[in-house]
Design a protein around this ligand. Structure first.
Ligand code: ADP
Ligand code: FBP
Length: 343
């Protein structure tokens, strides 16, 4: 449509700008990548060096950069945009929100989230079948979500087989009045089995007390998590041996990489196409420094800085399954993006 023949793929995330060769992306090369899981361009953690990245953009004569990823990636994109502006380069920088965690605050939903929730439901279903087949069965399913419980909460709401969902946004405790053990006991009396979903970032402070330092970080600066699913299963097993005279199995299911590895589903495929086309139309129209995505159901160009400035948490109470940021005023957004016009 725009007559562009020269499209480069940067291999291996941000560090690929300065440490790897690029690959030429043609219609033939990308023809069926939406049918495969993973990423053909490879991904990495860490490696964001703004100066080296922008040097590489300059040296290669790139004039539009499309940056695909989650909240960390969008923060990196904002820095690239700033550096590009500082150097007075005619380069459009566009962010495309892709993360199964759905933790980019301003947009309604990120690409990959629907697929993850759908697959997570399958894991919950498996746990439910298991616990129904034994006496007093407790199933623990650990799902992704380092700082946010969107996948856990949406999979729980969709499956309707879950008795308790634990997310990082909402602290919990085990013992005493209102504790998890008391809840398990009451559900057990009622139902004869219990399914618990726990987001990987929940209860980290408890696991840290029994294992090691909770403050270790990965190369991207994300908190390194301890295995809360395993910890919770052990705790429940120990408690149940105390409560019941016979040993009862407690299953611990961790479907993390099953979920991450599957190809995107139909709704994510359509959504991805829309995001990609919006980003290209935006850059071709002369905008820069924006992230694309739906806000309150309307597709929008959002200044990258705005998309990064809001913290994102699952609002557990009002309304029950919405993000915190639903009343964002898009008028301000458009004004800020317009100021970034290249020509
Ligand atoms: N605050 C930041 N500033 C610049 N780059 C960042 C920042 N946070 C993360 N990044 C970079 O973004 C990339 C992806 O971040 P990561 O947190 O691993 O994944 P995600 O984009 O899914 O959140 C990494 O290369 C990381 O170094
Ligand atoms: O095993 P790794 O590489 O540390 O990745 C785990 C993290 O990746 C995630 O699955 C997020 O992935 P994306 O942001 O790439 O969609 C988190 O839920 C999880 O904390």
């Amino acid at each position: 449509m725009y007559g562009v023949d020269d499209i480069l793929g940067i291999v291996g995330g941000y560090r690929g700008f300065y440490s790897k060769n690029t690959v030429k992306l043609t219609p033939k090369v990308v023809n069926d990548i939406h049918k495969r899981g993973g990423t053909t361009l490879l991904t990495s953690r860490g490696g964001h060096d703004t100066v080296k990245i922008v040097d590489s953009i300059q040296d290669r004569g790139i004039n539009q950069v499309y940056i695909i990823g989650g909240d960390g990636t969008q923060k990196g994109a904002a820095l690239i945009h700033e550096e590009v502006e500082k150097r007075g380069m005619k380069v459009a920088v566009a962010g495309i929100p892709k993360t199964i965690d759905n933790d980019i605050a301003v947009i309604d939903k990120s690409f990959g989230f629907d697929t993850a929730v759908e697959e997570a439901q399958r894991a919950i279903n498996a746990a439910h079948v298991e616990v129904e087949c034994v006496e007093n069965g407790v199933g623990v399913v650990k799902l992704m979500g380092r700082y946010s419980g969107f996948i856990a909460m949406h999979a729980t709401l969709a499956s309707r087989d879950v008795d308790c969902c634990l997310i990082p946004e909402s602290p919990f405790y085990l013992e005493g009045q209102g504790g998890l053990f008391q809840f398990i006991e009451s559900r057990m009396k009622e139902n004869g089995h219990v399914v618990i979903v726990i987001a990987e970032g929940a209860g980290q402070e408890f696991v840290a007390q029994s294992i090691h330092d909770v403050n270790q970080k990965d190369a991207s600066g994300n908190r390194l998590l301890l295995d809360v699913g395993l910890w919770l299963s052990h705790k429940i097993k120990a408690k149940r041996e105390e409560l019941y005279p016979i040993y009862l199995p407690c299953d611990d299911l961790d479907p993390t990489y099953m979920i991450r590895a599957i190809p995107s589903n139909a709704s994510d495929n359509i959504y991805c196409t829309l995001l990609a086309q919006s980003a290209v139309h935006g850059a071709m129209a002369g905008y820069t420094g924006f992230t694309v995505g739906p806000v309150n159901g309307k597709h929008a160009y959002i200044p990258i800085a705005v998309s990064n400035s809001l913290s994102c948490a699952f609002a557990a109470l009002i309304p029950p399954y919405a993000k915190k940021i639903l009343d964002y005023d898009m008028g301000d957004c458009f004004a800020a993006v317009n100021k970034s016009l290249l020509r």
